[in-house]
Design a protein around this ligand. Structure first.
Ligand code: ARG
Length: 594
């Protein structure tokens, strides 16, 4: 659809416009218009405005109320309390506004007028290491934020800053050199099954890691050879690099299998790990030292901050280069900023990284500002997320006290969800294959939703019983609401179509549903501006709830008149499309039958 019809602006927007027209002397004053339970909307801005203009707020509110035309858009206006305006809109305006939205593919959600370029750093596992529960949130939140920003019209470039460099590779490479067949594929060779080959890749890497570690600890000569191998790696020795590459490739095979299970698309060109910035590290350090942003302290290149001190009261510096000449995590991140701003043209940098790395990013951003790599036109934001906890309220561990493998967690979620789907779907007569497919969509959706419905900074308890529950704030509840809508639309078949009838009066549950549908675009704009997917999750949950009430109170196919049937089908259809779009932005599937 080329242009969004003007009616597709929300009721909220239309009311806000009417309020400013009724109050020209107020200029750009915010009417503080909100959805309200007392009327449809309440405007509280008259209080602040009366203060500014030096008058009585109730009087001012009365004057504005008198100036608001009733009829087309507004049904009635009432002054209440110290000077609030309670505004009720007409049923006609509600249905017309929604009809205009429904006619638009984007459901009336505008694209940003001035889209920028965002580079977002998310899903960053480490090479030759198992992905654990700690890697879940970055992937889930990052994927949702990418989708939300792209839908808003922003140009988004993903960067998966995987841990693919460091001294630990000396030991691994040396071992592989001495045992050349340890990474060969056996079982899953030539298979299309990404899960099997991913699992095999990881078990190879694990086995190799354990064996090389054991040798490293037991055999002093091997230890020596491993240490020399680090030097070769850093010097860029071709044979050493080729073996290092095998670890990276093997790990990617595994990462992709996990992302695939998570129902996420990760593109190879966006996997730019720590090693991707190796060529810039020396220059980054030189520039910092020359400009005086960093200084040598006991041989190390450090950046100091007035407000960053250790427990002993001494300043804790950001170490860019260690005294032995090795470059640290910070040097890589600073180089990445130069690349992302200078080469990729980012005006927003996002980092979906554990809150525990907050101090690191604070220091890195501040350093980059001092060095001029982050100038005024660029914002850098960490989206710091909290920890996934076990039922005991402590960071999630296995009974043996080990970190939980992400794959195991996902498999368990899928198994639980499949059981729920199987039980519920008896009437539907689904095949085993269909049950398995939906079980996967429900299970993965449940894990993602539990994560995304929690505000970023908070910790949450990983509780599968709650996550796959049919009642409450879960994705399953939303998926069932969607499937129920699809089943109604199927039942209507050719005998009745979804069609808006603005001439009809609306029942209370219809109005509540319609008014909530109307706020979709504003919710998305807010979510995209604040990077808070949990607000979208809350919107969708509320949508499913008001729909459930509507469904209980307003018969759809059995409504009194054919026009009412059509208008209710219209509300069902728009609710379904809104749920589908919103869930898709969270990376969650909405099966048609459940
Ligand atoms: N690989 C790191 C870890 O597992 C996360 C990397 C975050 N991104 C960054 N640019 N530092 O902790």
């Amino acid at each position: 659809m080329a242009s969004v019809p003007s009616l597709a602006s929300s009721l909220h927007q239309r009311l806000a416009d009417a309020l400013s027209a009724a109050l020209p002397e107020a200029g750009a004053a915010d009417p503080l218009l909100r959805r309200s339970d007392r009327a449809d909307f309440q405007a509280n801005g008259m209080l602040a405005l009366a203060k500014k203009l030096g008058g009585n707020p109730r009087e001012l509110a009365g004057k504005v109320a008198g100036g608001l035309p009733t009829g087309e858009l507004i049904d009635s206006v009432e002054v209440s309390g110290p000077g609030f305006l309670n505004i009720t809109v007409t049923d006609r305006a509600i249905t017309e506004t929604l009809a205009a939205r429904a006619a638009d593919e984007r459901l009336g959600v505008p694209v940003k007028e001035k889209p920028g370029t965002t580079v977002i750093d998310w899903a960053q596992p480490n090479v030759a290491k198992e992905m654990h529960v700690g890697h879940l949130r970055s992937a889930v939140i990052g994927d949702a934020v990418v989708k939300i920003l792209e839908f808003a019209g922003e140009k988004v470039i993903s960067r998966h800053h995987i841990g693919d460099w460091g001294t630990q590779f000396g030991m691994l490479i040396q071992y592989l050199m001495e045992h050349p067949h340890e990474l060969d594929h056996k079982a899953a060779e030539d298979t299309e099954d990404t899960t099997a080959s991913g699992e095999e890749a990881m078990s190879n890497l694990n086995r190799l890691y354990k064996a090389s570690r054991a040798l490293f600890d037991a055999d002093a000569e091997f230890k020596d050879r491993a240490r020399r191998r680090v030097v070769d790696l850093q010097a860029g020795d071709a044979e050493t690099l080729a073996l290092w590459q095998r670890f990276v490739d093997e790990s990617k095979l595994y990462f992709y299998s996990v992302f695939n299970k998570l129902d996420m698309e990760i593109h190879d060109e966006n996997v730019v790990g720590e090693s991707g910035y190796n060529d810039m590290l020396a220059e980054t350090c030189r520039l910092l030292e020359e400009s005086g942003v960093a200084v040598r302290s006991n041989g190390a290149l450090c950046v100091f901050f007035d407000d960053v001190k250790g427990p002993d009261g001494n300043p804790t510096p950001l170490i860019v280069q260690k005294s032995d000449g090795g470059y640290g995590y910070a040097a890589t991140d600073l180089s990445a900023i130069r690349d992302r701003v200078g080469e990729l043209g980012a005006d927003s940098l996002l980092y979906v990284v554990d809150a525990r790395q907050g101090l690191h990013f604070k220091m890195v951003f501040e350093t980059a500002r001092r060095a001029g790599w982050l100038h005024d036109g660029v914002k850098a934001v960490q989206l710091p997320f909290g920890t996934v906890l076990g039922k005991d309220g402590k960071p999630f561990k296995t009974r043996e006290g080990e970190t939980v493998r992400l794959v195991d967690l996902l498999d368990e979620a899928i198994a639980r969800a499949t059981a729920v789907v199987r039980e519920k779907s008896e009437k539907l007569g689904l095949t085993d294959e269909e049950i398995a497919e939906r079980g996967t969509q429900v299970g993965i959706g449940a894990v993602k939703y539990a994560d995304l419905s929690t505000s970023l900074g908070r910790d949450y308890v990983f509780d599968l019983d709650r996550m796959v529950s049919l009642n409450g704030d879960t994705s399953v509840y939303l998926q069932y609401a969607y499937a129920r809508i699809q089943s109604i639309l199927r039942k209507a078949g050719d005998s009745a179509t979804a069609k808006a009838h603005p001439e009809l009066a609306l029942a209370p549950a219809e109005r509540a549903l319609a008014l909530h549908l109307d706020t979709f675009a504003e919710t998305l704009a807010e979510v995209a501006a604040s990077y808070e997917p949990h607000k979208l999750a809350a919107y969708l949950y509320q949508l499913a709830s008001v729909y459930t009430t509507f469904y209980a109170e307003c018969p759809v196919l059995q409504a009194e008149t054919p026009e009412m049937v059509e208008n209710r089908l219209f509300l069902c259809d728009l609710t379904g499309r809104t749920l589908h779009q919103g869930m898709a932005l969270l990376g969650i599937r909405t099966p048609e039958r459940l």
